[in-house]
Design a protein around this ligand. Structure first.
Ligand code: AMP
Ligand code: ZN
Length: 459
């Protein structure tokens, strides 16, 4: 099957051909662990989980690497302001190290809640300081760095096509106000690779380096970690669309400075979850977490389902009503499949179409339509069930768990179901109906299908 993906770098949807046949090297920019992740962040991780699961379902091996930013991400992405971890440390009265480990734990819990497969490797920025220093030395030797009073900066004018990925108007930016923020920068788009520790205070996280005591800039870790685990050039690099304008151009520039090669072949970006027409963000205070939804009575997998209803390159407006509707939609699917008999062959044509939808730049909205087509099909239920289970390898909505759970009826229902079967044979509809009602008291629903009587838990 031909898999086509939209590459932000070329602005085209093109065929994906892996560097090593049968293998995908995938890198996802991970969380900054200074606070809880919101559901906007979760959209990014859900999207790349579906991409990964799709490759796995197509029998690719996937090496998936995710960095964990536990140092160096400043309050402004353009190297201004305070380190987010140092800021959180004051807020929480914990060391920066403890803040990082606390929110990394929360992050992993959230991923599990929405059934995201863990990456092959998590890589914390602070675990790769030596590599980052060695990488920075290479950039310096090759003439890409210059010193300012607060750190070593990367000279973006030395990189041909800098900013191409984000369609950056580099000249416009030169004239723009970002220069005014740091007069020592040679170009507006230049960024810190190594920041010096402040002279008047001690940071929790700082290291000696050939340039002075300090800490790595935020972009550095991704160039270093991706190269370490996936090589100079790998297959796919993913992240939120905000990364296309600052973080990813900078990653690419650093890698190019050291290897003279392109960092990744495909660059994929998910669009935002918006709150009142603006990107949901911590700094704007428009911050909804998965646990807020759970408190409101909506399961985390319903959020996963909600995200999949829209193509990943389109914006999604956050609305509680829409999330509630998705929750109902997913429950309806669970209810339908709970009456299906044992999984069996069938519906292969719909599975094929489902895979084609995903192979077309991950069209999850169409893939979910095909789930509905399976449910609506006249095929025997076992075939429908097996097809849904196979689709769910990619969707990750736990169809099998839910089917098993709902079919696991309490013992007390067995005699009643047998009795009802007999009543039906004797055409004693009144008795059959009375038993159906009684079963409902035990939260068991019975359906008379053309494959016989089927019973399942109602929720
Ligand atoms: P951060 O922890 O801020 O570095 O963000 C983690 C990931 O979430 C990055 O890939 C961001 O691009 C992405 N992201 C941040 N905000 C949103 C949003 N509102 N909607 C979708 N993705 C987002
Ligand atoms: Zn990154």
């Amino acid at each position: 099957m031909t898999i086509k993906l939209y590459n932000t770098l070329t602005r085209k949807k093109t065929e994906f051909v892996p560097i090593v046949p049968g293998h995908v090297g995938l890198y996802t920019c991970g969380p900054t662990v200074y606070d809880y992740q919101h559901i906007g962040n979760m959209r990014a991780y859900i999207t790349w989980d579906i991409l990964k699961r799709f490759f796995l379902s197509q029998r690719f091996d996937v090496t998936h690497v995710m960095n964990v930013t536990d140092v160096g991400h400043l309050t402004s992405d353009a190297d201004e302001g305070e380190d987010k971890l140092e800021l959180a440390k004051k807020r929480e009265r914990l060391s920066a190290w403890d803040v990082a480990s606390k929110y990394f734990d929360y992050f992993r819990e959230d991923l599990e809640r929405v059934n995201i497969l863990p990456p092959t490797f998590y890589a914390k920025a602070t675990d790769f300081i030596d590599d980052q220093i060695a990488f920075t030395k290479r950039m310096e030797e090759r003439g890409f760095l210059y010193r300012t009073s607060d750190g070593m900066y990367f000279d973006t004018s030395k990189v041909p096509n800098y900013g191409k990925i984000g369609s950056l108007d580099v000249k416009g930016l030169m004239a723009g106000k970002r220069v005014a923020l740091n007069p020592e920068k040679k170009n507006a788009t230049d960024f810190a690779v190594w920041k010096f520790s402040p002279k008047d205070s001690k940071r929790d996280m700082e290291w000696d380096s050939p340039w002075g005591k300090g800490f790595p800039g935020w972009h550095l870790e991704c160039s270093v970690i991706s190269r370490k685990f996936l090589g100079d050039t790998f297959d796919i690099h993913t992240g939120g669309i905000d990364h296309a304008t600052v973080h990813h151009p900078n990653e690419m520039a650093q890698t190019w400075a050291v290897t003279n090669k392109e960092q990744a072949r495909f660059w994929l970006h998910n669009n935002f979850i918006n709150f009142k027409d603006k990107k949901m963000s911590k700094s704007a205070g428009t911050f909804v977490r998965l646990v807020d939804m759970i408190t409101g009575g909506v399961g985390p997998l319903s959020y996963r389902y909600f995200v999949m209803q829209t193509h990943y390159r389109k914006e999604i407006a956050y609305s509680w009503e829409a999330i509630r509707a998705a929750d109902q939609g997913l429950k309806n699917i669970y209810r339908e499949l709970s009456f299906y008999g044992m999984p069996d062959n069938g519906c292969e044509d719909l599975l094929q179409k489902f895979n084609e939808a995903l192979a077309d730049d991950l069209n999850t909205a169409k893939a979910l339509d095909l789930v509905q087509k399976v449910i609506g099909s006249k095929s025997p239920s076992g075939g429908k069930l097996r097809t849904l289970f196979m689709m769910d390898e990619v969707l990750g909505l736990r169809f099998r768990d839910e089917w098993e759970r709902r079919r696991n009826l309490p013992h007390i229902s067995m005699a009643l179901l047998e009795e009802r079967e007999k009543a039906r044979k004797n055409r004693d509809w009144a008795r059959a109906d009375a038993i159906r009602k009684k079963l409902l008291d035990y939260r068991i629903e019975v359906k008379d299908t053309n494959e016989g009587q089927q019973a399942a838990l109602t929720e």
